[in-house]
Design a protein around this ligand. Structure first.
Ligand SMILES: [Zn+2]
Length: 289
């Protein structure tokens, strides 16, 4: 689906097999057509290259024109097919330094963060050709530049990208959807990052990896809902833990989900990891004012 002058959004369905059953998920990747070349933002899960290549052919272009892949971060559903696309096209890969280790060594990523079904979601490691950081521009030519916005919290090197000419903001997994599975490394840093995105007020389309494209009138609300959802989760984790004498991570996870009326199938290690991240702020909560 074309969403702006240069940008196309591609919805990629996939499944994760967990001990609670098979979860249906999807992720968006983005195809940017600039002159005679193509830039991808994220690559879906392993084997998504077929879907991406088919789409590129469908709009009358060639997969070999892919010159650049920008990875918003290193999680499996974003880097899944980067290795095969780089091998086929010889394109350059761009990411933030905070994600370098997990992109260049996916075995290390799996050891540190064992996502269920990891090996079927990720096609392998790749070398990053360019590291970018806050405020840098990625110049794609054809009058198109992407401004890099460092938006940590979901992961330490998550980046968002702003294309001023198209007034498009790519936010990766930075903005959670209320009611959906909450996955982040740090709740309060996530909130700061979403607030940073709010400062970009010339945005016609907001492109999140785990939501449909959003147009101008709904963007402020999407960002504010994301902030409030994380704040609510964080506050509930603190309340649950303060009320408990001793508790395993999985119990904390279930009680937080119960008190927010969220489905219990979300009680998996990734969500538990998000909730545990709130505990580092407990010391501050307990400190006398
Ligand atoms: Zn992610």
């Amino acid at each position: 689906m074309q969403v702006s002058n240069h940008v196309h959004a591609l919805r990629i369905p996939f499944t994760i097999t967990t001990n609670m059953g098979v979860l249906d998920r999807f992720v968006y990747a983005f195809v940017i057509i600039h002159g005679s070349q193509i830039c991808l933002i994220d690559t879906g899960v392993a084997s998504s290259q077929q879907l991406i290549f088919d789409y590129i052919r469908q709009i009358g272009r060639k997969p070999e024109e892919i010159a650049t892949i920008i990875l918003t971060h290193s999680h499996p559903d974003h880097i899944g097919s980067v290795r095969s696309i780089k091998q086929i096209t010889g394109c350059k890969v761009i990411a933030h330094s905070g994600e370098k280790e997990w992109i260049e060594n996916v075995d290390k990523q799996f050891t540190d963060r064992p996502v269920p079904g990891f090996n079927s979601l990720v096609g392998g490691s790749v070398t990053i050709d360019r590291i970018v950081d806050e405020g840098e521009f990625i110049d794609l030519g054809d009058d198109l530049q992407l401004r890099v916005i460092h938006t940590p919290g979901h992961s330490k090197g998550s980046i968002s990208l702003y294309a001023e000419t198209d007034q498009v903001l790519f936010v990766g997994d930075v903005v959670p959807i209320p009611g959906d599975m909450p996955i982040y490394d740090d709740p309060l840093i996530s909130i700061e990052s979403i607030k940073k995105l709010k400062a970009y007020n010339k945005v016609n389309v907001l492109l999140s990896a785990w939501d449909e494209p959003k147009t101008a009138s709904s963007i402020d609300k999407v960002l504010q809902d994301g902030v409030e959802y994380i704040q609510r989760l964080h506050n509930t984790v603190i309340e649950v833990v303060m009320a408990a004498t001793s508790m395993e991570a999985v119990d904390i996870c279930k009680r937080v989900l119960e008190s927010l009326n969220l489905p219990l199938f979300m009680a998996n290690p990734l969500v538990a990891r998000s909730f545990i991240a709130s505990l580092r702020y407990m010391e501050d909560v307990n400190r006398p004012k």
